[in-house]
Each structure stands twice: as C-alpha cells, then as structure tokens.
Write a protein that binds this ligand. Structure first.
Ligand SMILES: C[S@@+](CC[C@H](N)C(=O)[O-])C[C@H]1O[C@@H](n2cnc3c(N)ncnc32)[C@H](O)[C@@H]1O
Length: 295
C-alpha cells in the first residue's frame, strides 16, 4: 500500500498480526485489514496500534463505514489508498484516543502556579512575555486549565501571555475552540473558578468566557510533521500522547520539542510516561516534570 504525503519509515508490523475473529462482524475486518490500518496509523500519526486494540479500532472505524455506506474494510482501505486526501483526516480522527479532563494530574497545575510562574515573573519582569504550548490538547480541558492558572496569576493586561493548543485531531480541536462543556465535565473545576472563567451556555452546558479564550490559540498540528512554529516556549505540556508512540518516535519528538523551548523551560508529561532512555536533554524536576537542559 502506498502512503502519500509521508516520509515516515515503515512500521515494523512483526508484532501486529491482527485477528480474523472480526470477519463475522457487520463490517468484515480481516487480520490483514487491521495490519494495514496499523501501518497507516503509524505512518501518518506515529500511533502504534497493538493487537488488543483491534476491537476498539473496529468499533471506531465501523462508524465511518456506516456513515460512508461502505460494506467492508477491504473497500474502506482501498478508498484510503486511492484518496487519502478525502478520508485521511476522518480516519486519523477516528483512531485517536482523546481522554482528558480539567486539571487532570493536578500536581502539574500546582507546580505551574507555585514554582514556575513565580520564576517567570522574575525572569520576564521587563519583557512581560510568556509562551506556553499544550501539544496534545484534545478537547481543550488541558489548555483551558493552563489558561485559568495564568489568568489568575497575571490579572490585568500588562503581560503578553499566549497558550498555543494543538492536536492532530480536527474534531477535538473544534470542540476545544468552542469551549463548551457539559455540566458533568466542568465538575473538575472548583466552584469559584467555574464562576469566574465560565458562563452558563444552556441548561446542560457551560462555556469558557472570552477573557479566558483571549490567551488561547488553537491549531491543528501533527507532532510528527514539521511544525510551523516560530519562537520558543517557556512551558510545554506534552501529556498522555507519547504512550501511543514507539521509542524511536518519542526520541525524535523530544529532540524537536527541546529545540522549541528556551533554556530552563519546563516540560510536563503524562503520569505513565517518562523521559528515561528517551532524552538526555532534560533533567527531572519533579514527578513527570522536566527542565530543559542547554544544548
Ligand atoms: C489522551 S489525549 C491527551 C490529552 C491531554 N494532553 C491530557 O493529558 O489530558 C491524546 C491526544 O493526542 C493526540 N495525538 C495523537 N497523535 C498525535 C500526533 N501525531 N500529533 C498531535 N496530536 C496527536 C490525540 O488526538 C489526542 O487528542
């Protein structure tokens, strides 16, 4: 199968065999189909789909086949092969896992408020300019949580603070941009904060207010492709995404992230992630917290 628009090396499919137990489903999926899907996922997003994900991937892609009126995965894969431009984005949106929450792994936000921001206030007392990146922002709960911490630490307009929120998945980014969340989802935000930074949207939803949104910028960005990013960040959140990547991809990614950070900048990664054996360009600064070392 040719994979247009990518320079990624071929996925080692030795460990991914897929199973034929999905042949009797509504949309028959062979082990070979799953293998091809895994190759496409890896080549276009770096996501490694191991065998036990087949059930989950079947469920997510079956929705696409139903919507497109396609009878089986042979035909769907043929369509992807012949016209990646038309279906590739929806394919990638379907295979990504977008689990997130407001103030998820709250110790990162406490560290940001109590350790990083006081340092930034001193470091940038003249320029008053701070740049932050949420590199796998999903539906926005992470960048809005960061924005609340910054807005509370820097009331008023004297400081130029921008948070770039990016994700490969265009569907979740659209949700993030809208900033509308169910009553249930905002339960992770303290009542006083919720009152301050969100307004009631309707009976079932809240929406982030314009002042919170004003320091956020949402952009679609594939971490594996060249980044149209100028300048360097003072803080990077790259959480709960590298668990889907293999070691080689993780190494390249953190080399690139390192280049896009200022000296001593702070990097937050997810609770089950580590930079041990991945990068020596950062030093540990707390639990899943790292400081950028000079090159
Ligand atoms: C589990 S969510 C993590 C969200 C948030 N960082 C958190 O920790 O709560 C992982 C996100 O990574 C995104 N993702 C996966 N592969 C990506 C890639 N190659 N480039 C950019 N984002 C990617 C997915 O779309 C998904 O929204």
């Amino acid at each position: 199968m040719t994979v247009p628009g990518t320079t990624r090396s071929t996925f080692d499919v030795g460990s991914v065999k897929g199973s034929n137990t999905f042949l009797n489903k509504e949309f028959p999926m062979s082990g070979k189909n799953f293998q091809q899907i895994s190759e496409l996922a890896y080549q276009h997003s770096g996501i490694v789909l191991i065998d036990r994900k087949q059930d989950m991937i079947y469920g997510r892609l079956a929705r696409r086949l139903r919507k497109l009126g396609i009878a089986n995965f042979d035909l769907y894969l043929q369509q992807l092969d012949e016209n990646w431009e038309a279906e590739g984005t929806s394919f990638l949106n379907a295979i990504t896992t977008n689990k997130t929450a407001f103030f998820r792994e709250n110790h990162h936000f406490e560290h940001l408020a109590k350790t990083i921001i006081p340092n930034l206030k001193i470091k940038y007392k003249t320029s008053k300019r701070i740049r932050v990146w949420s590199a796998a922002a999903s539906t926005g709960e992470e960048p809005y949580s960061i924005a609340m911490v910054f807005k509370e630490a820097f009331p008023g307009k004297a400081w130029d603070i921008k948070i770039l929120a990016t994700d490969i998945d265009s569907d979740v980014l659209a949700k993030a941009q809208a900033g509308v969340y169910t009553n249930e989802r905002v339960e992770g935000i303290e009542a006083a904060r919720l009152r301050k930074w969100f307004k009631k949207y309707d009976a079932e939803h809240y929406q982030a207010n314009d002042s919170l949104k004003s320091i956020l910028q949402f952009k679609q960005l594939n971490l594996l492709e060249p980044w149209p990013i100028r300048g360097q960040f003072d803080v990077v959140f790259c959480r709960n995404v590298i668990i889907y990547f293999d070691l080689k991809t993780q190494k390249t990614l953190f080399q690139n992230i390192h280049q896009h950070m200022v000296d001593d900048a702070c990097l937050y990664i997810g609770h089950s992630e580590t930079l041990l054996n991945v990068s020596e360009q950062f030093k540990s600064y707390g639990l899943t917290i790292y400081k950028r070392l000079q090159s």
